[in-house]
Every structure is written in C-alpha cells, then in structure tokens.
Ligand binder design. Sequence first.
Ligand code: HEM
Length: 205
Amino acid sequence: MPRIYVHPLPVRIWHWINALGFVTMIVTGFQIRYIGLIDVMSFRTAVVVHNWIGFVLIANFFVWLLFYLFTDKITVYHPDLNPTRQFRRSIRQMWYYGYGIFKGEPNPHHISVYQKFNAMQGMTYQVIMLLLVPLQFYTGVLLWDVERFSGMIDLLGGVRVVDTAHVLIFIFFVAFIFIHPYLASLGHTRSAHFKAMLTGYEELE
Ligand code: HEM
C-alpha cells in the first residue's frame, strides 16, 4: 500500500504528550471537582499532579503552535475557501459517519499531504486548538492562584464565572476523549490512524 508522510515528528511528540496529559488532567480534575465520587489518589496529590501536568501541557502546546506557525503545514487546518463547498463537504462527511459507513460506502475524504483532515476534522481541531485549549489553560492558571490573579478574575466576573468556564470546557474534553479516538478508529483498518500518529505515515487506501 502506498504511504504518505502526514504527521511530522514535532506534531507526534506534542500529540502523545498532550493525550497522556489530558487523560491525567481529566482523572485528577474529576477527583478535585467531585470529592468522594472517585478516589484514585489523595486530594492533595490530585491537586499537585493537576497543577504540574497543567504547566507541562501549556509548555507542550507551544511545540504544536510554533511548529504550525513556522512551517507551511498550517494549511492542513484551513477550511475550504469556498463556504458552499466547505458546507457540502462537512454534510457529506457527517452523513458518512452517521450512515454511509454502516452501509460500507467509501469515505468521501481522500488524504493528501496538504489535506490530511476532512472538512469536519479541520474545523473541529481548529476550534479546539485555537479556542478551547487556550481558554482551558488560561482559566486553569487563574484558578491555580486566585489571590495573585484576583484582579483579572474580578474583571471576568468573579471566581464562579472562571470556574464554571473551566468546568464546562472540562466536560467538553471528557466527551472528546471518547469521541476523538472512536472517530480516529474509522480508518481503512481500526488501527490505521493510530499507527500513522506513531510513525508519521498514513497508508493510502
Ligand atoms: C486518548 C487520547 C487520544 C487518542 C487515542 C488520540 C488519537 C489521535 C489520532 C489517532 C490522531 C490521528 C488521526 C486524526 O487525524 O484524527 C489524532 C490527531 C489529533 N488529535 Fe488526538 N488523540 C487523543 C487525545 C487528544 C487530545 C486530548 C487532543 C486535544 C486536546 C487531541 C487533538 C488532536 C489533534 C489536534 C490532532 C491532529 C494533529 C495534527 O495532525 O495536527 N487528541 N489523535
């Protein structure tokens, strides 16, 4: 099967550190937020691990950001310049995931070096990486030291507002951590996209 190189090394390193970190953040976040519901470690350990991994993830985010800012690869995230075509492609992709795949229809998206994501994927990843992830980091840092950042917290409407935003995005990521690997398992084999994120090479069907 022919293969193309779609995931450069910095993206792969960023991705797997990020994935591991997010799973840890979700588990420790659950323990901190819903005291008594799950008991994986002591409350204090959960807080310390949550804070440290949080800062590791922020640093790691810059690996992703700087790689895409300083290479020409950012185009993989761009939506189609023609909004009608972008809309049509997204609907076709949703139809495929919701219905066509169960009927054995072929995937309407064909991977290439500059179009490794389908119409839905590119947009979703962009919203996650440029909006939700930075917002989660920002609210997390504010909550990490509410006294030091009290001025900014007050400006945003108080600690309850900041905390609510942090928890709502957390709930989104809990859902994402299940949906994203499920969708990633829908390649020409179950493990095809996972292997690609490890080796860098995507096999062409
Ligand atoms: C259990 C955790 C995870 C697994 C198993 C996983 C798996 C994968 C796989 C197989 C791919 C390549 C296929 C594709 O392009 O969809 C991928 C890409 C991607 N994942 Fe994940 N992922 C995980 C967690 C996360 C998290 C927590 C985030 C963000 C917060 C994330 C963001 C992304 C992004 C942005 C890409 C595209 C990267 C690029 O090529 O620029 N993933 N993931």
